[in-house]
Design a protein around this ligand. Structure first.
Ligand code: ZN
Ligand code: ZN
Length: 284
């Protein structure tokens, strides 16, 4: 039986946290069931493909033209575009069966970007752009977004509060008015790994399994880790446990279709520890 590949979506970016990538993926890129998609990587290995930017018309289906102009004025537009392009491309390839699952490196995460606002290092909402495309072009009907970044995903919340086809579960210590399938899961400050994991498993039973999404997006941030800017008391190990739980969940409800979007977190040592391990969980 052929093993369906995992896709890794990458673009080179400035800044500290991902400085050691893609080299830090040592040994992963050579695996037969790993495909690497990259915008600007110069010496491409055999399993490496180009990453295409997103056309402006596609961006305008989620974000107002005025907001796109404001993002352009920040000087970070290209990085934001390739971040979202990774998520869009991953979603299409996972949906069409070219890939089983995917990990998207983003320079700029997406959950603070709404229809007409952005902030907190998020400029474009990649998950929303991808979901819209799967709805419009591919006829996909039910989606889940699991958000375990330490902060409240106000952008994703706004974009989906009137869309009953998207289950958005936001784990954090803030909340918004719940509507349709937008759900707050209150995470205490500080929290033990075991308490958070139990909360997650409970919400998967209560919300995700009955909803039966056809594909799962995981907004994964490690900014809640001890020593990070959003420290809520989590250990590094917590993220690996969560990756295993969510992978298992994806197999149970949607044939393994899972896209991990890198969100918050700033430390380079944590990125080097966590990202290769999380990708290996996807691959193995
Ligand atoms: Zn965050
Ligand atoms: Zn939240």
């Amino acid at each position: 039986m052929r093993v369906m590949p995992t896709g890794i979506f990458f673009h080179y970016q400035q800044g500290e946290r991902l400085k050691d990538f893609p080299q830090a993926l040592d040994g992963i890129l050579e695996k037969e069931n790993v495909f690497f998609y990259d915008a600007l990587y110069l010496s491409k290995p055999k399993s490496c493909f180009d990453l295409e930017p997103i056309p402006i018309e596609t961006l305008h289906k989620i974000h107002s033209p005025g907001m796109i102009d404001r993002v352009k004025a920040t000087g970070d537009f290209e990085g934001a575009l390739y971040s979202a392009a990774g998520t869009l491309s991953a979603a299409i390839k996972v949906w069409s069966g070219e890939l089983l699952n995917a990990f998207v490196f983003t320079g700029y995460g997406d959950h603070h970007a709404g229809s007409n606002f952005f902030g907190g290092g998020c400029y474009l909402n990649g998950a929303a752009i991808a979901i819209h495309e799967l709805q419009e072009t591919f006829g996909a009907k039910r989606f889940a977004i699991i958000d375990t970044d330490a902060h409240h995903g106000n952008g994703t919340w706004e974009l989906f509060e009137n869309d009953p086809t998207v289950l958005y579960i936001c784990f954090c210590s803030e909340s918004s008015q719940e509507k349709n399938q937008n759900v707050n899961v209150h995470v205490p400050f500080k929290v033990k790994d075991s308490v958070y994991t139990a909360l997650a498993k409970e919400s998967f039973e209560k919300w995700v399994k009955p909803f039966q999404p056809e594909i799962i997006f995981w907004n994964w941030g490690y900014d809640g880790t001890i020593g990070e800017y959003g420290d809520i008391g989590l250990t590094l190990k917590f993220h690996l446990q969560m990756a295993m739980e969510i992978k298992k969940l994806a197999y149970e409800v949607c044939s393994g279709r899972l896209i991990i979007i890198l969100c918050g977190g700033s430390r380079r040592d944590y990125a080097n520890f966590l990202i290769p391990r999380i990708i290996r969980i996807l691959v193995d």
